[in-house]
Design a protein around this ligand. Structure first.
Ligand SMILES: [Mg+2]
Length: 397
């Protein structure tokens, strides 16, 4: 069961503009961010107070000022916004390493597997903890939505927003997704734009409940196959997209430049095994699995070569990763056997560990439940007695 949150900063540009200029913008309750009184720009963000006059984002400034003539208008403090955004992301990473920026002021958090860290408290309690922690660390307030996937978290945060009359946090408990969706309109589904809304409304489909009255074939009569599949998944609350965080994008790399060039295959292999063991343990520590293993070799003359293999299934165990890395090194050495100055390994195609398939095929490149069990046991021993306590055969540190 996944535990996903979407944290969205409340009136982000307005809050940052106020913090940057405490005497001017900071004192104005009626505040428009996006330009000056003379400029022809559009509203980037407006304080909640101006919204009561009908001011909205993306509205021309001139029109906004006709609606709310007393508003103070300031340019977007871009630099400060980017700095603040990075500050919030960093603070969020204190709660889970799996943080994905969805925009300058929205972040998905994957808290799957952190239940123990938070003493099995309800997700709502963790969300409150995060909200208070971020307010204390950055001075900004977040709204937080949560549920078992990104779609539900996004729809929940939209309803949690103070500007929508929400209380700042809304967690949709596992199993209550259908009730939540039934109480939503189709326009609440992310990416259902005005044109699609109009087409749906022409068929009498305004709320999610309206659409749920039809089977898939009936809905399919009114839209393309792709739209049908997309909408069907959304109204049933299914979304298997992962929270893609920095570690997952970049992969996990470890490399070593030797004190002096190494000529013998066995010496280079020993260094590689040590790096693989480290990289794999770090990956497991982040709760991730890998699909691609790459080995890099830099020869004495600085010629750098690499080889990689993508496996049929995600893996976590030392045995499989070592085996693949060993084969890749052997192929690189076979092509050019000269003294080497550096060897490195990179694990990529990372994904959360709970997605491991339950019944892997029994081939050498695919790991078994036994591999995984053994790996977990090894990690527990290392945790207790240190990294050096168990290393693959032949490696000493
Ligand atoms: Mg926001």
């Amino acid at each position: 069961m996944r535990r996903i949150l979407l944290a969205d900063a409340d009136a982000f540009y307005v809050a940052v503009a106020r913090a940057v200029d405490p005497d001017g913008a900071g004192k104005a309750t009626l505040l428009i961010v996006g330009g000056s009184r003379e400029s022809r720009g559009v509203v980037c963000s407006a304080s909640y107070e101006t919204r009561k006059f009908g001011v909205r984002s993306a509205m021309p400034i001139a029109r906004a000022l006709r609606l709310c003539p007393d508003a103070t208008c300031v340019p977007v403090p871009f630099k400060e916004c980017i700095r603040k955004s990075a500050e919030i992301r960093k603070a969020l990473q204190q709660y889970t390493p799996a943080v994905e920026g969805a925009s300058i002021d929205e972040w998905y958090l994957d808290l799957s597997g952190t239940e123990g860290i938070y003493h099995h408290e309800p997700l709502l309690a963790t969300a409150r903890r995060i909200r208070e922690g971020i307010r204390a660390a950055t001075g900004l307030t977040l709204s937080i939505g949560g549920g078992t996937n990104k779609l539900i978290a996004k729809m929940a945060v939209d309803r949690a927003k103070p500007s929508r009359g929400g209380e700042g946090i809304l967690i949709i408990e596992p199993g209550s997704e259908q009730d939540f969706l039934r109480s939503s309109s189709l326009a609440d589904i992310p990416l259902v734009g005005p044109k699609f809304q109009a087409r749906l409304a022409a068929r009498g489909l305004v709320t999610v409940a309206d659409a749920l009255r039809y089977d898939r074939e009936s809905l399919g009569q009114w839209m393309s196959k792709r739209e049908e599949q997309w909408l069907w998944n959304r109204i049933h609350g299914s979304d298997d997209a992962d929270v893609v965080h920095r570690t997952m994008n970049r992969g996990i790399s470890r490399d070593e430049t030797f004190g002096k060039d190494l000529s013998h295959d066995t010496d280079i292999e020993r260094e590689l095994l040590r790096l693989v063991t480290r990289a794999a343990a770090d990956m497991r520590g982040d709760g991730l699995t890998a699909r691609t293993v790459a080995v890099r070799l830099r020869d004495w003359d600085f010629k750098t070569r690499s080889a990689q293999r993508t496996l049929p299934e995600p893996v976590v165990s030392d045995r499989v990763i070592l085996r693949v890395a060993h084969d890749l090194l052997a192929s690189l050495r076979k092509a050019r056997r000269v003294p080497a100055r550096l060897v490195g390994v990179r694990l990529s195609g990372l994904a959360p560990a709970e997605r491991l398939s339950q019944l892997p095929l029994e081939t050498s490149d695919v790991e078994t439940e036994r591999d995984r069990g053994l790996t977990r046991a090894i990690d527990r021993v290392r945790e207790k007695f240190g990294r050096k306590s168990i290393l693959p055969g032949g490696i000493t540190e």
